[in-house]
Design a protein around this ligand. Structure first.
Ligand code: GLU
Length: 445
Protein backbone atom coordinates (compact mmCIF):
# COMPACT_ATOMS: atom_id res chain seq x y z
CA UNK A 1 0.00 0.00 0.00
CA UNK A 2 1.42 3.40 -0.96
CA UNK A 3 0.01 5.51 1.88
CA UNK A 4 1.75 4.80 5.23
CA UNK A 5 -1.34 5.71 7.33
CA UNK A 6 -3.49 3.30 5.33
CA UNK A 7 -0.79 0.62 5.56
CA UNK A 8 -0.71 0.89 9.35
CA UNK A 9 -4.53 0.79 9.50
CA UNK A 10 -4.42 -2.35 7.40
CA UNK A 11 -1.73 -3.94 9.61
CA UNK A 12 -3.95 -3.24 12.60
CA UNK A 13 -6.92 -4.95 10.92
CA UNK A 14 -4.80 -8.05 10.25
CA UNK A 15 -3.49 -8.12 13.83
CA UNK A 16 -6.96 -7.65 15.35
CA UNK A 17 -8.65 -10.24 13.14
CA UNK A 18 -6.19 -13.13 12.87
CA UNK A 19 -6.83 -15.90 10.35
CA UNK A 20 -9.67 -14.11 8.55
CA UNK A 21 -8.07 -14.10 5.10
CA UNK A 22 -11.14 -13.16 3.07
CA UNK A 23 -11.86 -10.24 5.39
CA UNK A 24 -8.26 -9.01 5.05
CA UNK A 25 -8.55 -9.31 1.25
CA UNK A 26 -11.75 -7.24 1.13
CA UNK A 27 -10.35 -4.55 3.44
CA UNK A 28 -7.07 -4.39 1.54
CA UNK A 29 -8.82 -3.78 -1.78
CA UNK A 30 -10.84 -0.89 -0.35
CA UNK A 31 -7.89 0.70 1.49
CA UNK A 32 -5.75 0.41 -1.67
CA UNK A 33 -8.36 2.47 -3.51
CA UNK A 34 -8.51 5.10 -0.79
CA UNK A 35 -4.93 6.36 -1.25
CA UNK A 36 -5.96 9.46 -3.24
CA UNK A 37 -8.81 10.17 -0.79
CA UNK A 38 -6.59 9.93 2.29
CA UNK A 39 -4.19 12.43 0.66
CA UNK A 40 -6.98 14.95 0.00
CA UNK A 41 -9.00 14.39 3.19
CA UNK A 42 -6.95 13.54 6.30
CA UNK A 43 -10.15 13.93 8.40
CA UNK A 44 -11.32 10.57 7.02
CA UNK A 45 -8.48 8.59 8.70
CA UNK A 46 -10.33 7.93 11.97
CA UNK A 47 -13.48 7.05 10.03
CA UNK A 48 -11.58 4.41 8.05
CA UNK A 49 -10.35 2.87 11.28
CA UNK A 50 -13.87 2.73 12.74
CA UNK A 51 -15.33 1.39 9.51
CA UNK A 52 -13.09 -1.68 9.70
CA UNK A 53 -14.50 -2.64 13.10
CA UNK A 54 -18.06 -4.04 12.94
CA UNK A 55 -20.59 -2.26 15.15
CA UNK A 56 -21.76 -5.62 16.50
CA UNK A 57 -20.89 -9.30 15.90
CA UNK A 58 -23.31 -12.00 16.98
CA UNK A 59 -22.32 -15.68 17.09
CA UNK A 60 -24.76 -18.29 18.34
CA UNK A 61 -25.46 -22.00 18.64
CA UNK A 62 -28.05 -23.49 16.28
CA UNK A 63 -29.21 -26.88 17.58
CA UNK A 64 -31.59 -28.98 15.50
CA UNK A 65 -32.67 -32.60 15.13
CA UNK A 66 -32.11 -34.44 11.84
CA UNK A 67 -34.36 -37.10 10.28
CA UNK A 68 -32.56 -39.91 12.11
CA UNK A 69 -33.27 -38.18 15.42
CA UNK A 70 -29.67 -37.14 15.94
CA UNK A 71 -29.01 -33.75 17.52
CA UNK A 72 -26.93 -31.56 15.21
CA UNK A 73 -25.15 -28.34 16.09
CA UNK A 74 -24.25 -25.54 13.69
CA UNK A 75 -22.86 -22.09 14.28
CA UNK A 76 -24.93 -19.04 13.39
CA UNK A 77 -23.57 -15.56 12.64
CA UNK A 78 -24.86 -12.06 12.11
CA UNK A 79 -22.33 -9.27 11.69
CA UNK A 80 -24.00 -5.86 11.98
CA UNK A 81 -21.24 -3.92 10.32
CA UNK A 82 -22.36 -0.36 9.75
CA UNK A 83 -25.63 1.50 10.22
CA UNK A 84 -24.59 5.02 9.17
CA UNK A 85 -26.97 5.09 6.18
CA UNK A 86 -29.83 2.91 7.39
CA UNK A 87 -30.67 -0.37 9.10
CA UNK A 88 -28.07 -3.11 8.63
CA UNK A 89 -28.90 -4.81 5.35
CA UNK A 90 -27.45 -7.93 3.78
CA UNK A 91 -28.13 -11.57 3.18
CA UNK A 92 -27.66 -14.84 5.04
CA UNK A 93 -25.38 -17.50 3.61
CA UNK A 94 -25.81 -21.18 4.51
CA UNK A 95 -22.73 -23.06 3.34
CA UNK A 96 -20.17 -25.33 5.07
CA UNK A 97 -17.38 -22.82 4.28
CA UNK A 98 -19.02 -20.08 6.39
CA UNK A 99 -17.00 -18.84 9.35
CA UNK A 100 -16.57 -15.41 10.92
CA UNK A 101 -13.99 -14.28 8.31
CA UNK A 102 -16.38 -14.96 5.41
CA UNK A 103 -19.28 -13.19 7.10
CA UNK A 104 -17.06 -10.19 7.86
CA UNK A 105 -15.75 -9.95 4.30
CA UNK A 106 -19.30 -10.07 2.97
CA UNK A 107 -20.54 -7.57 5.55
CA UNK A 108 -17.70 -5.19 4.81
CA UNK A 109 -18.35 -5.32 1.04
CA UNK A 110 -22.03 -4.81 1.71
CA UNK A 111 -21.44 -1.42 3.39
CA UNK A 112 -20.00 0.11 0.22
CA UNK A 113 -22.31 -1.76 -2.15
CA UNK A 114 -25.36 -0.57 -0.29
CA UNK A 115 -24.03 3.00 -0.14
CA UNK A 116 -23.47 2.94 -3.91
CA UNK A 117 -27.14 2.17 -4.56
CA UNK A 118 -27.99 5.60 -3.12
CA UNK A 119 -30.72 3.96 -1.00
CA UNK A 120 -30.97 4.24 2.81
CA UNK A 121 -29.44 0.91 3.85
CA UNK A 122 -26.51 0.11 6.11
CA UNK A 123 -24.33 -2.99 5.78
CA UNK A 124 -24.50 -6.39 7.46
CA UNK A 125 -24.30 -10.09 6.66
CA UNK A 126 -24.98 -13.37 8.36
CA UNK A 127 -25.26 -17.07 7.89
CA UNK A 128 -24.24 -20.44 9.14
CA UNK A 129 -21.91 -23.34 8.37
CA UNK A 130 -25.07 -25.42 7.82
CA UNK A 131 -25.12 -27.26 4.47
CA UNK A 132 -28.66 -27.50 3.04
CA UNK A 133 -27.37 -29.80 0.26
CA UNK A 134 -28.65 -33.31 0.84
CA UNK A 135 -31.01 -32.25 3.65
CA UNK A 136 -34.70 -33.12 3.54
CA UNK A 137 -37.39 -30.39 3.49
CA UNK A 138 -38.12 -31.11 7.15
CA UNK A 139 -34.46 -30.77 8.14
CA UNK A 140 -34.10 -27.45 6.30
CA UNK A 141 -37.28 -26.18 8.00
CA UNK A 142 -36.16 -27.22 11.48
CA UNK A 143 -32.74 -25.70 10.97
CA UNK A 144 -34.24 -22.39 9.77
CA UNK A 145 -36.66 -22.29 12.71
CA UNK A 146 -33.86 -22.90 15.21
CA UNK A 147 -31.67 -20.28 13.53
CA UNK A 148 -34.43 -17.67 13.71
CA UNK A 149 -35.25 -18.56 17.32
CA UNK A 150 -31.99 -16.83 18.20
CA UNK A 151 -31.73 -14.28 15.39
CA UNK A 152 -35.18 -12.75 15.88
CA UNK A 153 -34.07 -10.75 18.94
CA UNK A 154 -31.44 -8.92 16.89
CA UNK A 155 -33.41 -7.94 13.77
CA UNK A 156 -36.28 -5.61 12.92
CA UNK A 157 -37.45 -3.38 10.11
CA UNK A 158 -35.60 -0.37 11.59
CA UNK A 159 -32.67 -2.38 12.97
CA UNK A 160 -31.41 -5.14 10.73
CA UNK A 161 -33.04 -6.61 7.62
CA UNK A 162 -31.65 -9.94 6.37
CA UNK A 163 -32.26 -11.58 2.97
CA UNK A 164 -30.86 -14.54 1.04
CA UNK A 165 -27.42 -15.38 -0.32
CA UNK A 166 -25.78 -18.69 -1.25
CA UNK A 167 -27.88 -21.55 0.20
CA UNK A 168 -30.72 -19.25 1.24
CA UNK A 169 -33.46 -18.87 -1.39
CA UNK A 170 -37.22 -18.47 -1.36
CA UNK A 171 -37.79 -21.72 0.57
CA UNK A 172 -35.45 -20.78 3.42
CA UNK A 173 -36.71 -17.18 3.55
CA UNK A 174 -40.23 -18.58 3.97
CA UNK A 175 -39.26 -20.72 6.97
CA UNK A 176 -37.20 -17.92 8.52
CA UNK A 177 -39.86 -15.23 8.10
CA UNK A 178 -42.58 -17.62 9.27
CA UNK A 179 -40.71 -18.34 12.49
CA UNK A 180 -40.04 -14.61 13.07
CA UNK A 181 -43.75 -13.89 12.63
CA UNK A 182 -44.68 -16.68 15.03
CA UNK A 183 -42.24 -15.73 17.79
CA UNK A 184 -42.93 -12.00 17.68
CA UNK A 185 -46.64 -12.17 16.86
CA UNK A 186 -46.04 -9.32 14.40
CA UNK A 187 -46.57 -9.31 10.65
CA UNK A 188 -43.53 -7.14 10.14
CA UNK A 189 -43.00 -7.56 6.37
CA UNK A 190 -40.08 -5.14 6.25
CA UNK A 191 -37.90 -7.29 8.53
CA UNK A 192 -36.87 -9.61 5.69
CA UNK A 193 -36.47 -9.26 1.94
CA UNK A 194 -36.61 -11.84 -0.81
CA UNK A 195 -40.09 -12.85 0.39
CA UNK A 196 -42.59 -14.69 -1.79
CA UNK A 197 -45.02 -12.64 -3.91
CA UNK A 198 -48.00 -13.86 -1.88
CA UNK A 199 -46.59 -12.54 1.41
CA UNK A 200 -44.97 -9.16 0.87
CA UNK A 201 -42.26 -9.90 -1.69
CA UNK A 202 -41.28 -7.65 -4.59
CA UNK A 203 -41.45 -8.33 -8.29
CA UNK A 204 -37.97 -8.68 -9.83
CA UNK A 205 -36.23 -9.41 -6.48
CA UNK A 206 -35.43 -12.98 -7.58
CA UNK A 207 -34.07 -11.81 -10.92
CA UNK A 208 -32.46 -8.62 -9.63
CA UNK A 209 -28.84 -9.60 -8.97
CA UNK A 210 -28.39 -11.33 -12.34
CA UNK A 211 -30.40 -8.76 -14.30
CA UNK A 212 -28.62 -5.91 -12.53
CA UNK A 213 -25.19 -7.32 -13.34
CA UNK A 214 -26.09 -7.50 -17.02
CA UNK A 215 -27.55 -3.96 -16.99
CA UNK A 216 -24.26 -2.81 -15.48
CA UNK A 217 -22.25 -4.58 -18.18
CA UNK A 218 -24.49 -3.10 -20.85
CA UNK A 219 -23.41 0.34 -19.57
CA UNK A 220 -19.75 -0.73 -19.50
CA UNK A 221 -20.01 -1.87 -23.11
CA UNK A 222 -21.83 1.31 -24.11
CA UNK A 223 -19.12 3.42 -22.47
CA UNK A 224 -16.66 1.94 -24.95
CA UNK A 225 -19.03 2.17 -27.91
CA UNK A 226 -20.13 -1.47 -27.88
CA UNK A 227 -23.16 -3.63 -27.07
CA UNK A 228 -24.17 -7.19 -26.17
CA UNK A 229 -25.33 -7.87 -29.70
CA UNK A 230 -23.58 -10.98 -31.03
CA UNK A 231 -21.24 -11.23 -28.03
CA UNK A 232 -20.03 -14.54 -26.60
CA UNK A 233 -20.54 -14.62 -22.86
CA UNK A 234 -19.36 -17.05 -20.19
CA UNK A 235 -21.21 -17.16 -16.85
CA UNK A 236 -19.86 -19.25 -13.98
CA UNK A 237 -22.35 -20.78 -11.59
CA UNK A 238 -25.87 -22.08 -12.17
CA UNK A 239 -27.61 -20.61 -9.13
CA UNK A 240 -30.00 -17.69 -8.84
CA UNK A 241 -27.53 -15.02 -9.98
CA UNK A 242 -26.18 -17.01 -12.93
CA UNK A 243 -29.58 -18.13 -14.22
CA UNK A 244 -30.95 -14.58 -14.37
CA UNK A 245 -27.74 -13.17 -15.83
CA UNK A 246 -28.06 -15.74 -18.63
CA UNK A 247 -31.71 -14.78 -19.17
CA UNK A 248 -30.91 -11.08 -19.51
CA UNK A 249 -27.84 -11.60 -21.75
CA UNK A 250 -30.02 -13.60 -24.15
CA UNK A 251 -32.70 -10.88 -24.10
CA UNK A 252 -30.06 -8.30 -25.02
CA UNK A 253 -28.73 -10.27 -27.99
CA UNK A 254 -25.67 -11.97 -26.51
CA UNK A 255 -25.09 -15.73 -26.32
CA UNK A 256 -24.05 -17.47 -23.12
CA UNK A 257 -21.92 -20.39 -24.27
CA UNK A 258 -20.90 -21.83 -20.90
CA UNK A 259 -22.01 -22.07 -17.27
CA UNK A 260 -21.03 -24.29 -14.35
CA UNK A 261 -21.73 -25.84 -10.98
CA UNK A 262 -19.51 -27.59 -8.44
CA UNK A 263 -19.46 -30.73 -10.66
CA UNK A 264 -17.97 -29.00 -13.71
CA UNK A 265 -18.82 -26.69 -16.58
CA UNK A 266 -20.88 -27.15 -19.68
CA UNK A 267 -20.07 -25.69 -23.09
CA UNK A 268 -23.09 -25.19 -25.31
CA UNK A 269 -22.17 -23.32 -28.48
CA UNK A 270 -25.80 -22.82 -29.51
CA UNK A 271 -26.39 -20.91 -26.29
CA UNK A 272 -27.42 -22.31 -22.89
CA UNK A 273 -31.01 -23.60 -22.96
CA UNK A 274 -32.37 -21.64 -20.01
CA UNK A 275 -35.61 -23.63 -19.66
CA UNK A 276 -33.68 -26.88 -19.41
CA UNK A 277 -31.07 -25.41 -17.06
CA UNK A 278 -33.76 -24.18 -14.67
CA UNK A 279 -35.60 -27.48 -14.80
CA UNK A 280 -32.41 -29.38 -13.92
CA UNK A 281 -31.01 -26.98 -11.31
CA UNK A 282 -34.04 -25.37 -9.69
CA UNK A 283 -36.79 -27.98 -9.99
CA UNK A 284 -34.79 -31.22 -9.82
CA UNK A 285 -31.82 -29.80 -7.85
CA UNK A 286 -29.66 -31.88 -10.23
CA UNK A 287 -26.21 -31.46 -11.80
CA UNK A 288 -24.70 -30.17 -15.05
CA UNK A 289 -24.29 -33.77 -16.31
CA UNK A 290 -28.10 -34.07 -16.36
CA UNK A 291 -28.30 -30.91 -18.48
CA UNK A 292 -25.78 -32.28 -21.02
CA UNK A 293 -27.49 -35.65 -21.21
CA UNK A 294 -30.88 -34.09 -21.96
CA UNK A 295 -29.55 -31.34 -24.23
CA UNK A 296 -27.97 -33.90 -26.58
CA UNK A 297 -25.56 -33.01 -29.39
CA UNK A 298 -23.72 -29.75 -29.22
CA UNK A 299 -23.33 -29.49 -25.47
CA UNK A 300 -20.50 -31.14 -23.57
CA UNK A 301 -19.38 -31.33 -19.96
CA UNK A 302 -15.88 -30.61 -18.67
CA UNK A 303 -15.60 -31.92 -15.15
CA UNK A 304 -11.99 -31.07 -14.35
CA UNK A 305 -11.04 -27.77 -15.92
CA UNK A 306 -11.56 -24.04 -15.71
CA UNK A 307 -14.60 -22.41 -17.28
CA UNK A 308 -12.43 -19.34 -17.92
CA UNK A 309 -10.57 -21.28 -20.65
CA UNK A 310 -13.71 -21.01 -22.82
CA UNK A 311 -13.11 -18.08 -25.23
CA UNK A 312 -15.51 -15.18 -24.67
CA UNK A 313 -15.99 -11.42 -25.05
CA UNK A 314 -17.66 -11.00 -21.66
CA UNK A 315 -16.96 -13.04 -18.51
CA UNK A 316 -19.39 -12.98 -15.59
CA UNK A 317 -18.18 -14.81 -12.48
CA UNK A 318 -21.45 -15.55 -10.65
CA UNK A 319 -20.49 -18.47 -8.39
CA UNK A 320 -18.43 -17.61 -5.30
CA UNK A 321 -15.39 -15.83 -3.84
CA UNK A 322 -11.93 -16.30 -5.37
CA UNK A 323 -13.13 -18.50 -8.23
CA UNK A 324 -11.24 -16.53 -10.91
CA UNK A 325 -7.49 -16.70 -10.27
CA UNK A 326 -4.39 -15.36 -11.99
CA UNK A 327 -4.13 -18.25 -14.44
CA UNK A 328 -7.81 -17.89 -15.36
CA UNK A 329 -7.37 -14.15 -15.88
CA UNK A 330 -4.41 -14.79 -18.22
CA UNK A 331 -6.54 -17.24 -20.21
CA UNK A 332 -9.33 -14.64 -20.53
CA UNK A 333 -6.83 -12.00 -21.70
CA UNK A 334 -5.23 -14.44 -24.14
CA UNK A 335 -8.66 -15.18 -25.66
CA UNK A 336 -9.43 -11.47 -26.15
CA UNK A 337 -12.01 -10.96 -23.38
CA UNK A 338 -13.21 -7.32 -23.28
CA UNK A 339 -15.19 -7.11 -20.03
CA UNK A 340 -15.25 -8.99 -16.72
CA UNK A 341 -17.99 -8.15 -14.21
CA UNK A 342 -18.60 -9.79 -10.84
CA UNK A 343 -22.10 -11.19 -10.27
CA UNK A 344 -20.77 -12.95 -7.15
CA UNK A 345 -19.06 -11.29 -4.18
CA UNK A 346 -15.27 -11.01 -4.62
CA UNK A 347 -14.92 -13.87 -7.16
CA UNK A 348 -11.73 -12.36 -8.62
CA UNK A 349 -8.46 -12.80 -6.72
CA UNK A 350 -6.20 -9.73 -6.32
CA UNK A 351 -3.58 -11.35 -8.61
CA UNK A 352 -6.23 -11.98 -11.29
CA UNK A 353 -7.41 -8.39 -11.04
CA UNK A 354 -3.83 -7.18 -11.58
CA UNK A 355 -3.60 -9.27 -14.78
CA UNK A 356 -6.91 -7.92 -16.12
CA UNK A 357 -5.95 -4.32 -15.28
CA UNK A 358 -2.56 -4.65 -16.92
CA UNK A 359 -4.21 -5.95 -20.10
CA UNK A 360 -6.79 -3.13 -20.14
CA UNK A 361 -9.81 -5.43 -19.69
CA UNK A 362 -12.77 -3.41 -18.37
CA UNK A 363 -13.57 -4.72 -14.90
CA UNK A 364 -16.82 -4.25 -12.95
CA UNK A 365 -16.32 -5.05 -9.24
CA UNK A 366 -19.09 -6.91 -7.37
CA UNK A 367 -19.97 -4.08 -5.05
CA UNK A 368 -21.09 -2.13 -8.10
CA UNK A 369 -22.00 -4.81 -10.65
CA UNK A 370 -24.03 -7.06 -8.33
CA UNK A 371 -25.68 -4.30 -6.29
CA UNK A 372 -28.99 -4.85 -8.10
CA UNK A 373 -30.01 -7.58 -5.67
CA UNK A 374 -29.74 -5.51 -2.54
CA UNK A 375 -31.07 -2.42 -4.35
CA UNK A 376 -34.24 -4.34 -5.19
CA UNK A 377 -34.37 -5.49 -1.56
CA UNK A 378 -34.49 -1.79 -0.63
CA UNK A 379 -37.34 -1.39 -3.14
CA UNK A 380 -39.09 -4.31 -1.43
CA UNK A 381 -38.67 -2.47 1.91
CA UNK A 382 -40.19 0.66 0.32
CA UNK A 383 -43.20 -1.32 -0.88
CA UNK A 384 -43.63 -2.95 2.53
CA UNK A 385 -43.42 0.39 4.33
CA UNK A 386 -46.10 1.89 2.11
CA UNK A 387 -48.13 -1.35 2.00
CA UNK A 388 -47.91 -1.20 -1.77
CA UNK A 389 -46.97 -3.62 -4.53
CA UNK A 390 -45.43 -2.49 -7.80
CA UNK A 391 -45.64 -4.10 -11.24
CA UNK A 392 -42.79 -6.12 -12.75
CA UNK A 393 -42.20 -3.55 -15.46
CA UNK A 394 -42.10 -0.60 -13.07
CA UNK A 395 -39.75 -2.40 -10.68
CA UNK A 396 -37.44 -3.54 -13.48
CA UNK A 397 -37.25 0.03 -14.76
CA UNK A 398 -36.32 1.24 -11.29
CA UNK A 399 -33.60 -1.43 -11.15
CA UNK A 400 -32.28 -0.36 -14.55
CA UNK A 401 -32.13 3.29 -13.44
CA UNK A 402 -30.32 2.35 -10.24
CA UNK A 403 -27.71 0.28 -12.12
CA UNK A 404 -27.10 3.08 -14.61
CA UNK A 405 -26.74 5.48 -11.69
CA UNK A 406 -24.16 3.23 -9.99
CA UNK A 407 -22.26 2.84 -13.25
CA UNK A 408 -22.08 6.58 -13.85
CA UNK A 409 -21.16 7.31 -10.22
CA UNK A 410 -18.25 4.86 -10.47
CA UNK A 411 -16.91 6.42 -13.67
CA UNK A 412 -17.39 10.02 -12.49
CA UNK A 413 -15.66 9.33 -9.17
CA UNK A 414 -12.79 7.50 -10.87
CA UNK A 415 -12.38 10.48 -13.19
CA UNK A 416 -12.51 12.96 -10.32
CA UNK A 417 -9.64 11.16 -8.58
CA UNK A 418 -7.57 10.88 -11.76
CA UNK A 419 -8.14 7.18 -12.49
CA UNK A 420 -10.28 7.13 -15.62
CA UNK A 421 -12.19 3.89 -16.34
CA UNK A 422 -11.10 2.36 -13.01
CA UNK A 423 -14.43 1.02 -11.75
CA UNK A 424 -12.78 -0.54 -8.67
CA UNK A 425 -11.43 2.80 -7.48
CA UNK A 426 -14.66 4.56 -8.46
CA UNK A 427 -16.88 2.10 -6.57
CA UNK A 428 -14.71 2.02 -3.45
CA UNK A 429 -14.26 5.79 -3.26
CA UNK A 430 -17.88 6.69 -4.04
CA UNK A 431 -19.20 4.10 -1.56
CA UNK A 432 -16.70 5.11 1.11
CA UNK A 433 -17.20 8.88 0.94
CA UNK A 434 -20.98 8.48 1.15
CA UNK A 435 -20.72 6.43 4.37
CA UNK A 436 -17.82 8.46 5.78
CA UNK A 437 -19.67 11.77 5.46
CA UNK A 438 -22.59 10.36 7.48
CA UNK A 439 -20.20 8.97 10.09
CA UNK A 440 -18.42 12.32 10.41
CA UNK A 441 -21.77 14.07 10.91
CA UNK A 442 -22.65 11.69 13.77
CA UNK A 443 -19.45 12.34 15.74
CA UNK A 444 -17.55 9.56 17.47
CA UNK A 445 -20.17 6.84 18.00
N1 GLU B 1 -26.92 -11.39 -0.72
C1 GLU B 1 -27.13 -10.31 -1.64
C2 GLU B 1 -25.86 -9.49 -1.80
O1 GLU B 1 -24.78 -10.04 -1.74
C3 GLU B 1 -28.37 -9.50 -1.34
C4 GLU B 1 -28.50 -8.97 0.04
C5 GLU B 1 -29.88 -8.34 0.31
O2 GLU B 1 -30.73 -8.32 -0.56
O3 GLU B 1 -30.02 -7.83 1.41
O4 GLU B 1 -25.88 -8.32 -2.04
Amino acid sequence: MVDPTLQSLFDEVVARNPGEDEFHQAVREVLDSLTPVAGKHPEYASVIQRLCEPERQIIFRVPWVDDSNTVRINRGFRVEFNSALGPYKGGLRFHPSVYLGIVKFLGFEQIFKNALTGLPIGGGKGGSDFDPKGCSEGEVMRFCQSYMTELYRHIGEYTDVPAGDIGVGGREVGYLFGQYKRITNRYESGVFTGKGMAWGGSQVRTEATGFGTVFFVEEMLKASGQSFDGRRVVVSGAGNVAVHAIEKVHQLGGTVVACSDSSGYVVDEEGIDLGLLRQVKEVERGRMADYVERRGQGAHLVSDGSIWDVPCDVALPCATQNELDERAASALVHNGCLVVAEGANMPTTPAALAVLREAGVRFGPGKAANAGGVATSALEMQQNASRDSWSFEYTENRLGEIMRGIHDRCLETADEYGMPDDYVAGANIAGFTHVADAMLAFGVI
